[in-house]
Design a protein around this ligand. Structure first.
Ligand SMILES: [Zn+2]
Ligand SMILES: [Zn+2]
Length: 274
């Protein structure tokens, strides 16, 4: 059996109210897939109970830390369980998020824009799909530029919510500008495999954007965005081959906020089908 080298980097817990299963079940699935580690990245609390229906409450932050720590201990020697969080970014939250990122010894801080959340729709959607797409890519660049996060998650998620009006050619200039801005920060970008099971069935981001990321040497991190244990390591073979196809030779994960690279060939050999 090949050496385990890969880390599942994007997984949720029941605290966000739209995920199922225990962290232990996710960890068992990572072991079964031949992975070396798993990073728990549930949705962060936001001020004034913003979009509380899809995230933990502020007073559950410590509960979350305790849940992850317990699994870290339980899987010692079998799987390297890391503490992460998926932070919803908006310029309005910067002060709050700056404190939150420092409030625990995170291994990995994932910065996200979820353009479907109540406050984001209210603040940023103008009712014109093209303008909303342009705003979204500007916000993605800001996630990297704010300097708080290691990686930007699912960086073309807007296509799902404006799918009737999604034309890659039309928004390409905004995407290129976003990629230039992210490149200048050194922050990584995610290949999120969950896009394939959503209403716009492609990875987030799609292959053409991945190719432009590679050309700019932007570090890439694969994450499944698992809201159920069965999705841990889901479609990673295809994700790794897609990245190899656009010229990447390595993917990355973060531990103690430091980037660690893994060879794609080595990663492919290590995965176990289950
Ligand atoms: Zn979620
Ligand atoms: Zn997520």
């Amino acid at each position: 059996m090949a050496e385990a080298v890969l880390y599942e980097t994007h997984t949720h817990t029941t605290l966000c109210k739209h995920a199922t299963g225990t962290i232990e079940e996710y960890a068992e699935r990572a072991v079964a897939r031949g992975m070396k580690g798993l990073t728990v990245t549930c949705h962060n609390p936001l001020p004034d109970e913003k979009s509380l229906s899809v995230r933990m409450r502020e007073d559950e932050f410590d509960v979350y830390l305790g849940m992850v720590e317990q699994v870290q201990r339980g899987f010692e020697g079998r799987l390297d369980v890391l503490l992460g969080m998926e932070f919803d970014y908006a310029p309005e939250f910067e002060g709050y998020l700056g404190e939150q990122v420092k409030a625990a010894g995170f291994d990995y801080c994932l910065g996200s824009i979820h353009p479907q959340t109540d406050y984001y729709c209210e603040w940023y959607h103008k009712g014109d799909a093209f303008e909303d797409q342009k705003t979204y890519f500007d916000m993605i660049a800001k996630v990297a530029e704010c300097g708080m996060f290691d990686c930007v998650s699912h960086p073309d998620l807007i296509k799902i919510f404006t799918r009737e009006d999604w034309d890659l050619e039309r928004v390409w200039p905004w995407i290129e500008e976003m990629l230039d801005r992210v490149e200048a920060t050194g922050v990584a970008m995610e290949l999120n495999t969950s896009g394939e099971i959503k209403v716009y069935p492609e990875f987030n981001p799609s292959e053409r954007i991945l190719g432009e990321m590679q050309r700019r040497e932007i570090p890439v991190v694969i994450g499944s965005d698992a809201h159920a244990a069965v999705r841990v390591g889901d479609r990673w073979e295809k994700a790794l081959r897609t990245l190899a196809g656009v010229g990447y030779t390595e993917i990355n994960y973060y531990k103690q906020r430091e980037r660690v690279s893994v060879g794609i060939d080595e990663g492919l050999k290590s995965l176990v089908e289950c």
